[in-house]
Design a protein around this ligand. Structure first.
Ligand SMILES: O=C(O)CCC(=O)C(=O)O
Ligand SMILES: [Fe+2]
Length: 371
């Protein structure tokens, strides 16, 4: 089976599963349950209640002053260091108007406040370009998957041919124009960041953008209703992102946690900041220098939480490979090359499971070659 028919096969299987009458988390919350249903309960050794370290915190990088050489150099260094140590950082003065961020949050919240029937009618789950799109539950791969305490709305934003606007929310009526504007702004920001991150690896500033020619931008709006037993469930299970670069906007409620070595750190919500993380594909291109960090979301007892996540991926026929400039005697090639489409298929056919998909591409020591 070639990779695109395997991809379609995996998509259709997931789509079939999602036809079963299974409650969305918002419905469970409305029922005011005192206990979460068994399918959400994690085995005790996987529950997210381990104490968190607080001595270290995620880097916050100020992007202002990029036009001045010294400042630019400093920012490149900070971005590269954060990507190597954490794979995650927050950015301020990123250039996206704060009023636009507020509108994006407001209209997303308005959509999730519509009735269940209305949301399903406007945005039914359906197989999209490479993955399921629409409003509902995702990553329910098999009967023993422990379900996450989250509902989501997922769709492509660009390029033009990938977006199925007829399935985007119609209410609120400003949804489309706001997300199109936000999509353009995020794309511009991501291109800028990829340039700086390429420089941080010692590569031509266009190196990663070239790989990303007419890239795909997808949004996933995660909606985590209050949970009666947040310590027993995952909001979103530990995973790394299977894309090149991710930009996340939260609604002011903490819940995102990042793994560094063996510890989990809460990412504190900073008003006006955006959270950026390195995806698996950039980890491969950088020969493991930049980390695509494992992260998860935790639920909480008393408030809704929403995160608006933009994923940037190259088109499926782009070959993702380690940049040759980053391979030498001291730094042997760590990963096999992979087609962006084939990687996505592999990623989506697994349950969100830690870093399994990218680790499958690791080259065994015996196979390591200098080229
Ligand atoms: O809700 C969050 O903060 C995390 C979301 C996330 O990691 C994702 O959608 O891939
Ligand atoms: Fe993620």
């Amino acid at each position: 089976m070639d990779s695109s028919s395997a991809a379609m096969d995996a998509l259709l299987k997931q789509f079939e599963r999602l036809q079963r009458p299974i409650d969305l988390v918002q419905t469970l919350h409305e029922r005011q349950l005192k206990e979460v249903p068994a399918r959400y309960i994690l085995p005790s050794d996987q529950r997210p209640s381990r104490p968190l370290q607080v001595q270290q915190s995620l880097p916050v990088i100020d992007l202002s002053g990029l036009e001045e050489i010294d400042q630019r150099f400093k920012i490149v260094r900070q971005l590269a260091q954060a990507s190597q140590e954490w794979g995650f950082f927050q950015i301020i003065n990123h250039g996206i108007p704060l009023s636009l961020l507020e509108s994006v949050k407001r209209i997303s919240q308005d959509f999730f406040e519509l009735s269940l029937e209305e949301k399903r009618k406007q945005c039914p789950v359906r197989p999209g370009l490479h993955m399921l799109e629409g409003y509902g539950r995702f990553f329910d791969i098999c009967d023993d998957t422990v379900l996450d305490w989250v509902d989501a709305l997922v769709h492509y934003i660009s390029p033009e041919w990938a977006k199925a606007v007829e399935h985007w929310p119609k209410t609120p009526s400003t949804y489309r124009e706001t997300y199109e504007k936000y999509g353009e702004e995020v794309m511009e920001l991501m291109e800028k960041l990829l340039g700086l991150l390429s420089e941080g690896l010692g590569l031509n500033p266009n190196y990663i953008q070239i790989l990303n020619k007419e890239p795909l931008l997808q949004v996933r709006i995660n909606y985590y209703p209050p949970c009666p037993q947040p310590d027993m469930v995952n909001g979103l299970k530990p995973h790394s992102d299977g894309d090149m670069l991710t930009v996340l906007l939260d609604d002011g409620v903490d819940g995102l946690q990042v793994r560094k070595d063996e510890d989990w750190f809460t990412v504190p919500s900073i008003p006006g900041a955006l959270i950026v993380n390195i995806g698996d594909l950039l980890q491969i291109v950088s020969n493991g220098k930049y980390k695509s960090a494992e992260h998860r979301a935790v639920a909480n007892t008393n408030q809704n939480r929403m995160s608006i996540v933009m994923f940037l991926s190259p088109q499926e026929d782009v070959l993702i490979d380690v940049a040759p400039e980053l391979i030498d005697e001291g730094h042997p090639r760590l990963y096999k090359a992979v087609g962006a489409g084939a990687y996505e298929t592999e990623f989506m056919s697994k349950d969100l499971r830690g870093k399994d998909a990218v680790e499958d591409l690791l080259i065994g020591q015996a196979e390591q070659v200098n080229g």
